[in-house]
Ligand binder design. Structure first.
Ligand SMILES: Nc1nc(=O)c2c([nH]1)NC[C@@H]1CN(c3ccc(C(=O)N[C@@H](CCC(=O)O)C(=O)O)cc3)CN21
Ligand SMILES: CC(C)C(=O)C(=O)O
Length: 348
């Protein structure tokens, strides 16, 4: 028995010695690999990537979750939302510290040039959602359900909402409409997909609204808006966009609800604000709603830069020496000699 115990403890010891040995070996291997990787990456950068690297992520930002949004709301801190439609615009949202990134269907107009938001498809939206998430890592990500993807039945809506999560890498969806969307919103939120409601000016219904018209200007229209907002809250929305709504009614709705309202053209009384990125940067040529503040005139900056490039190519200023690649020393002479000899041979 004791012999058995001794041999048993010896086996344990020897396996633990073996384990230690393997561990040390792994550590050594890892450190060598790390050094190799370090050399390799430096080597790659120097030898193969002559382009300059730029900052691609924001390590100082914590991930924004639905809890962060609820905390902002509780603490009465305004919630900032901005649209993005691809990698660079997603990266701008990331770097500027915006809390919620909305891949809005307005991208159909501002990025794809459609006349309105009606034609954009699920496939187009998902393609843009994926691109945005490569740039916007920290913000809470909301995908906008396109016209026709959620109205036909609550099952269709749920299927498409799930596609936004699985194929678009989104964390929630937004859909337009009021009390008539109750069942649909319930169905989506019950499987754990956060839904952002959207009332007031609902651009997907522009034909029945008679165009992009401000809502909640009359008592009757205000009554309907309030009823709709309440229904969205009851259905389980975590927030509601109030678009182009008269300021008093947007403020009233905000006070009435216990979920945050995100305004666009709804005045200063909402819990957060959302703008279309191209509008506030001055790169959308079609219209500029009164509610939008233009924080930059990128159209002019970009067009001027491209004009200068064109002029410099025409006049020979670009490319300069620093934009060109030299050959290795003495190699061009060698090359010329080869050409000369070849010519002599073919002339014979
Ligand atoms: N680039 C862009 N920005 C947006 O804000 C936006 C889109 N696209 N596409 C979808 C909807 C359409 N939106 C719009 C478009 C125009 C007006 C507009 O011109 N409104 C008039 C007031 C009209 C009235 O008095 O009823 C204005 O002068 O602001 C408003 C909202 C908002 N959304
Ligand atoms: C304007 C915002 C709220 C939107 O719905 C969009 O960008 O499509």
């Amino acid at each position: 028995m004791s012999l058995l115990l001794i041999s048993f403890s010896f086996t344990i010891k020897s396996t633990s010695i073996m384990k230690n040995f393997v561990f040390l070996f792994q550590q050594k291997l890892l450190s060598t690999l790390r050094i190799r990787n370090f050399h390799q990456s430096n080597y790659c950068r120097k030898r193969f990537y002559s382009s300059r690297r730029v900052e691609t992520s924001n390590p100082n930002r914590a991930k924004v979750t639905i809890n962060t949004i609820q905390n902002l709301y509780k603490n009465k801190e305004p919630i900032t939302v901005l649209t993005a439609h691809d990698y660079p615009t997603g990266l701008f949202v990331e770097k500027a510290g915006i809390e919620v990134c909305l891949v809005g269907d307005s991208l159909g107009m501002v990025a794809l040039g459609y006349q309105n938001t009606s034609p954009i498809t699920m496939e187009e939206m998902l393609h843009h959602c994926r691109a945005v998430t490569r740039g916007a890592k920290s913000p809470f990500l909301i995908g906008d359900m396109p016209f026709g993807s959620y109205e036909t039945s609550s099952t269709d809506a749920l299927k498409n909402a799930i596609r936004f999560i699985k194929e678009g890498n989104m964390e929630g969806v937004k859909l337009e409409g009021g009390s008539e969307m109750f069942e649909t919103i319930q169905k989506i939120t019950r499987v754990g997909i956060p839904v952002m409601g959207h009332v007031g000016l609902t651009p997907q219904r522009q034909y029945s609204l008679g165009g992009y018209r401000i809502q909640g200007k009359t008592a009757d229209s205000a009554k309907k808006l309030i009823k709709d907002a309440k229904a969205l809250q009851e259905a389980g929305c975590f927030a509601i966009v109030l678009e182009a709504v008269s300021e008093p009614i947007a403020t009233y709705t905000t006070k009435m609800l216990h979920i945050p309202t995100i305004g666009i053209g709804a005045g200063a009384g909402t819990d957060g604000q959302v703008l279309v990125q191209q509008d506030m940067l001055g790169i959308f040529d079609r219209f500029m709603p009164r509610f939008c503040k233009q924080y930059a005139n990128l159209d002019k900056i970009v067009t001027d830069a491209i004009k200068t490039y064109r002029e410099e190519v025409k006049s020979g200023i670009f490319p300069a020496k620093e934009h060109s690649y030299p050959m290795e020393k003495g190699e061009y002479e060698k090359f010329l000699q080869f050409i000369n000899e070849n010519e002599k041979r073919s002339n014979k």
